[in-house]
Design a protein around this ligand. Structure first.
Ligand code: NAP
Length: 327
């Protein structure tokens, strides 16, 4: 496992880290035992950074991570999120009182006195025009409730606006072979400002692992079933907002480029790691074998420029029209 410096925090984090949404909920049933086995495998594979949120399984994901931390001696940095407890995403909900109370809940769930990294959880765009929200976060940092803060965003424009706030340490954004726009304008600016980037949904919700087919089905409580058209939250969080049939067509084009010895998941993650502005990819994993597969991407050779150009061309021809101007 290779490590990269996270923004200006001084932390060296695993370039393949762990996304803990699926072990919380909204991805079909995952038992506590399976979830903990996946988490332990991540640490065994060199992962020292975990992304979670207060709402993943209503605190379940955070509580599982607290159990992991108790069982392991090594330093494990936890990035959690706040904001999605609001019944409706409106800027008026981002009050001092609400933020403080959400953070207190996360502190309890994570069994800690100070959060390592708190991210605003895809708040409405208007939040980035309200400096007072960031002042609250500064105050909570001064009070010792959180060490650093960052944001998780849906849109490139939100990312660009967020990094105008000097204490935003990290931006989490969807970035993968099917979502290439962040690399154009945002990455150079984030790099220049030394803002860490967490590449989320790196496998396009599993689509880029190459295991799905046109007739693949998903259980009722899996967002790949219930959020396919954005019924519950931003449709971009499910298969990166790419129509499944079109995505499968592009996956087959990518498969034709697969270097010997790489799994499709590793290829997708290795592609992300080619961008030095990215601090880490945070693939979700429900089982130890998935986690081990994903973590090996860090040890694989860089992709040649011709392969990068071909993936860009697949994106341009097949995917771009659906996503490029949308997020
Ligand atoms: N708004 C936000 O801030 C936000 C939104 C989304 C995600 N996130 C964060 O980003 C993380 C990653 O995104 P994500 O979990 O949505 O999507 P993802 O990482 O693209 O896909 C994860 C899913 O793909 C499958 N998978 C993983 N590794 C695999 C492998 N090696 N082989 C085959 N299948 C594999 C697993 O599901 P199956 O086995 O069921 O296929 C897993 O749950 C999340 O866990 C969360 O921490 C944040």
């Amino acid at each position: 496992m290779n490590y990269r410096t996270l923004g200006r925090t001084g932390w060296k984090v695993s370039e393949v880290s762990f996304g803990a949404w699926a072990i919380g909920g909204a991805w079909g049933h995952v038992s506590d035992e399976e979830a903990l086995a996946a988490l332990h495998k991540a640490v065994d594979s060199g992962v020292n950074f975990i992304d979670t949120a207060d709402v993943y399984g209503d605190g379940r994901s955070e509580r599982l991570i607290a159990r992991l931390k108790k069982a392991r001696n090594s330093e494990i940095i936890v990035a959690t999120k706040a904001g999605r407890r609001l019944p409706r995403q409106v800027v008026e909900g981002y009050t001092r009182e609400n933020l403080t109370s959400w953070i207190e809940d996360s502190l309890r769930n994570l069994s800690t006195d100070t959060l390592d990294l708190l991210q605003l959880h895809c708040p409405p765009t208007e939040v980035y025009y309200r400096p007072e929200v960031f002042t609250v976060l500064d105050d909570l940092a001064k009070a010792g409730k959180l060490r650093y803060y960052g944001v998780s965003v849906e849109k490139v424009e939100e990312a660009l606006k967020a990094i105008e706030f000097p204490n935003v340490q990290t931006v989490q954004i969807i970035f993968n072979c099917f979502r290439q726009r962040p690399a154009e304008l945002f990455f150079p600016q984030a790099k220049q400002k030394q803002v860490g980037i967490l590449a989320r949904v790196p496998l396009a919700s599993g689509l880029l692992t190459g295991k799905f087919r046109r007739d693949s089905t998903f259980v009722a409580d899996d967002h790949r079933n219930f959020n396919r058209h954005g019924a519950a939250f931003d449709v971009g969080e499910t298969f990166s907002g790419v129509d499944l049939d079109l995505g499968l067509e592009a996956v087959e084009q990518i498969r034709a480029l697969l270097p010997a010895g790489y799994s499709m998941a590793q290829f997708a993650l290795r592609w992300i790691l080619m961008f030095d502005a990215v601090t880490c990819a945070i693939p979700g994993g429900k089982r130890p074998d998935q986690v081990a597969d994903n973590c090996r991407a860090s040890d694989l050779a860089p992709l040649p420029p011709e392969t990068m150009a071909k993936i860009r061309s697949i994106y341009d021809k097949t995917i771009r029209a659906q996503v490029h101007q949308r997020w």
